[in-house]
Design a protein around this ligand. Sequence first.
Ligand SMILES: [Fe+2]
Length: 136
Amino acid sequence: MPISWLNVYNTGIAKIDEQHKKLVQMINDLESAQGKENEAQIIRDIFYRLVDYTHYHFTQEEMLMGEAEYPKTSTHKQQHKILVEEIVKMLEALKTGKLVVGEKLMTMLKDWLITHILGYDKEFGIYYKTSTKVSN
Ligand SMILES: [Fe+2]
């Protein structure tokens, strides 16, 4: 089942929401690569891009947290570090054949992203809006 974007996933920071949607798209692309010719190659390519884009996205988010002087920056950064470790582990498992693209991986990736958005990014979104309102 592909991930459908729900309004509840929005943080209210346009740039961040766009990047989150791009991550969702990449995860969904993985699922739809199943059964295609060169499936293994396509999946590996998408996954490498997913890892790259995750790094980029977290850097962007951390920059915004810094700008807004978000008090929970270090806890949030720590979570990003854990998420990077998890996605790298998934990639390794894919490469060694311990994990295949299917329902299990899709559930893992959905949890990986959505749990973080709902548990951490939304909270930052609320703070960010207030902090930019105050400084303007
Ligand atoms: Fe985050």
